[in-house]
Write a protein that binds this ligand. Structure first.
Ligand code: NDP
Ligand code: PMR
Length: 396
């Protein structure tokens, strides 16, 4: 009954009639006691319209059937390709861990698990059965630019080649009433999810250039909720970078807002904004470096992995209802294992070498090139995010 009530209020909100932001008194982005819409028939038909739009939209994209993750066949008489070396941030749980497992099990990859909690990462690797010779845990706290620099120095010292970098880690603070900050005093979600990864990728680009691996890739995990051309992306609060006055102000909340667009702090919006930055950064990398380096730059939406630690700060009722809501109502749910296989494809599948692409998967788990929203594919915004970000992380 509670779930049913949720579904109806869902549609009500998606139709754009309320402006609720996600706080304690809301569930799935809508007020728990919202009873303004009681015409069930009209709600259901609106719901159908929304889903039809999604189907039409998906049908426009090109589907590619996934192929097994194999590296290029070695020419006769030559040695087989060496193991690839992939760095995955936030590999201690959820998508990152599942990807590490999928790649390690393929026997073709050595996974560097770049994690803020060393012990947690070691335990996670062990309990998911990743064999010792296939992974190394290295400390990385993306909420500290010093830690990012230290990680890069440690990695370089390790002497390992860098073939693929996966920027996966993220924090989501939907119920936070006040902002929290990184070591450098930057709002935590944008600081961790975007700026930490921005610095990491920039500092590791040279290592990737030097790798002799045949298919080098830089992958940044995006999301549907940062894309306002989808139903999910229209659930309030919506992602919006505005004129980026808050980002330009350093996001420290002292002389400027802690939000990229200069507005009042909203943890859910900060996460979605950070995901737009992730997707814009991937495209800007592509424009600046693909031709020169041959590196494939890609982003993806792995599906709704409703059971991961990402929702750890959400209210218990949300955490209870979100997985069945995604499984049975939106049908956007994907298991951690399946999402790991998807990201592993973006890392190593020979058919996913196209650069500048935002990958998604259809209901048969076939990958396709998806379209980003207008804002998430805005060339001038991408350049602006890049230029402001390089100042904030001390590269310009
Ligand atoms: P999890 O919370 O399970 O994983 C997030 C990982 O990020 C954890 O390993 C966490 O470490 C790590 N992390 C957080 N902060 C830092 C930091 N400061 N330094 C280093 N690592 C950090 O969530 P998911 O697996 O769901 O999320 C993975 C990615 O997938 C994210 O980019 C998310 O935006 C994206 N995504 C997720 C979706 C979903 O439905 N779950 C949908 C679309 C995209 P620790 O274990 O120590 O907490
Ligand atoms: Mg969403 C096709 C519909 C769809 C999909 C694929 C998602 C994915 N969501 C969909 C629909 C809806 N969601 C609708 C109709 C609602 C209103 C009831 C809704 C609500 C909702 C909330 C409150 N959804 C959420 C939240 C979150 O807190 C999650 C979030 O935004 O995190 C940033 C979330 C998500 N929905 C998704 C996905 C993938 C998420 C996790 C977000 C992410 O990592 O980007």
């Amino acid at each position: 009954m509670a779930l049913q009530a949720t579904c109806f209020s869902v549609v009500h909100n998606v139709a754009g009639k309320t402006n609720a932001s996600l706080k304690d008194s809301t569930l799935f982005g809508v007020p728990l006691l919202d009873n303004r819409s009681n015409d069930i028939t009209s709600l259901v038909s609106k719901n159908k319209m929304e889903f039809t739009r999604i189907k039409v939209f998906k049908a426009q994209a090109v589907a590619t059937t996934s192929t097994p993750a194999v590296t290029r066949a070695a020419p006769k008489g030559k040695e087989t390709l060496r193991k690839g070396c992939v760095v995955i941030t936030g590999a201690s749980s959820g998508l990152g861990l599942a990807t590490a497992k999928a790649l390690a099990e393929s026997g073709k990859w050595h996974v560097i698990m770049a994690c803020r909690d060393f012990l947690k990462a070691e335990r996670a690797a062990k309990s998911s059965g990743i064999s010792k010779e296939n992974y190394t845990v290295m400390h990385l706290d993306l909420a500290s630019l010093d830690s990012v620099r230290q990680f890069v120095a440690n990695f370089k010292q390790s002497g390992r080649p860098l073939d693929v970098l996966v920027c996966n880690a993220a924090v989501y603070q939907p119920t936070a009433k006040e902002p929290t900050f990184t070591a450098e005093g930057i709002e935590l979600s944008v600081g961790t999810n975007h700026l930490g990864h921005f610095l990491l990728s920039r500092l590791l680009l040279d290592d990737m250039k030097q790798s002799d691996y045949p298919s080098k890739r830089l992958i940044i995990v995006g999301s549907i909720t940062g894309n306002t051309n989808t139903l999910a992306g229209n659930v309030p609060p919506k992602a919006n970078l505005g004129d980026m006055r808050g980002l330009a102000g350093g996001l420290n909340g002292l002389n400027s807002s802690t939000m990229i667009d200069g507005g009042d702090f909203d943890g859910a919006k900060a996460y979605k904004d950070s995901k737009i930055c992730n997707m814009l950064t991937m495209q800007e990398f592509h424009r600046r470096y693909h031709e020169e380096t041959g590196i494939t730059f890609a982003s993806l939406y792995p599906g709704c992995i409703a059971t991961t630690g990402l929702f750890r700060e959400h209210i218990p009722l949300f955490r209870m209802l979100f997985p069945p809501f995604q499984k049975f109502i939106t049908k956007g749910y994907v298991s951690e294992e399946e999402s790991g296989k998807r990201l592993a494809q973006v890392v190593s599948d020979p058919s996913l070498t196209k650069s500048g692409v935002y990958w998604s998967w259809n209901k048969d788990s076939a990958s396709f090139e998806n379209q980003l929203s207008e804002e998430a594919s805005d060339v001038s915004k991408a350049r602006k995010v890049w230029e402001i970000s390089e100042k904030l992380v001390g590269l310009a």
